[in-house]
Design a protein around this ligand. Structure first.
Ligand SMILES: Nc1ncnc2c1ncn2[C@@H]1O[C@H](COP(=O)(O)OP(=O)(O)O)[C@@H](O)[C@H]1O
Ligand SMILES: [Mg+2]
Length: 248
């Protein structure tokens, strides 16, 4: 469903991506791990078409998107949902208006449809009845769940998660990971989850890809990555499996 082919990108004079290759099949959950600053968010921005590569190509559902204008990207973007690093809610809008936003943007004007869809999405993230709350009244974990409800309200075919558990306590983080799994099952959507947290990676990944030095350095199942003898991969996996977490 998605393919990144030899993606290269220079930002601020630095070659951040040096030939990233990644494939995601329909319904598959791929976790991308890597150190802070290694280019994970930059990679996700290429999937959304928010950044265009200096070299390489992005394919979505078999169609090459690279080189197409903004207009051509929009129908594809609608099939992709993204949970940004940090909840990125509109602070001046209620929970209801935050969730209704992507639907209104799509042209939905029927208030009953909006109310029903918002209520349904909030129920999925166990926040039924919170429509009238403002973001400032919510805890960090609740904000993340509202952002998640908003990201999936258009039922994307592909969900992108940028560090969904970073900055949350382990219990709340665990509930977000469960939600990611639950949403994948419920809607059969594919996901790319970017994280530096190995606990999350093992829990949600069908496949784990390690981004290092601007390339996918290693790729495999959670079992394969645990058995990997490569020192770089081992350091990363062990460093994080010991319960240490790096906020980045
Ligand atoms: N708009 C930008 N301009 C210049 N440099 C950038 C920009 N966006 C990201 N970078 C740099 O690219 C590198 C990768 O960033 P990022 O993808 O955010 O890392 P992470 O893996 O932590 O998500 C970092 O060194 C960052 O400073
Ligand atoms: Mg990032």
């Amino acid at each position: 469903m998605l393919e990144l082919k030899n993606i290269r990108k220079k930002l601020g004079g630095q070659e951040v991506l040096r030939g990233v290759n990644l494939k995601v099949a329909a319904g598959e959950k791929v976790v991308v791990i890597g150190r802070s600053g290694c280019g994970k968010s930059v990679m996700l921005r290429h999937v959304m078409g928010l950044l265009q590569p200096d070299g390489g190509e992005v394919f979505f559902e078999g169609k090459k998107l690279t080189g197409l204008g903004e207009e051509a990207w929009n129908p594809y973007r609608r099939k992709i949902g993204m949970l940004f690093q940090g909840a990125a809610l509109f602070d001046s809008l209620s929970v209801f208006e935050n969730l209704a936003f992507p639907l209104r943007e799509e042209g939905e004007k029927d208030e009953k449809v909006l109310r029903d869809k918002v209520a349904e999405s909030l129920k999925i993230v166990s926040l039924a009845g919170t429509e009238q709350k403002m973001p400032a009244e919510l805890s960090g974990g609740m904000k993340k769940r509202v952002a998640l409800a908003r990201a999936v309200i258009r039922r994307p075919d592909l969900m992108l998660y940028d560090e969904p558990t970073t900055g949350l306590d382990p219990v709340v983080g665990d509930s977000i990971n469960r939600l990611i799994l639950h949403l994948g099952k419920m809607f059969g959507m594919a996901s790319i989850v970017v994280t530096h947290d190995m606990v999350s990676a093992r829990m949600v990944g069908d496949r784990i890809a390690y981004l290092h030095d601007g390339k996918i350095y290693f790729e495999g199942s959670p079992e394969q990555i645990d058995r990997c003898e490569d020192p770089l991969v081992r350091d990363f996996v062990r460093g994080h499996a010991s319960g240490m977490d790096v906020i980045g």
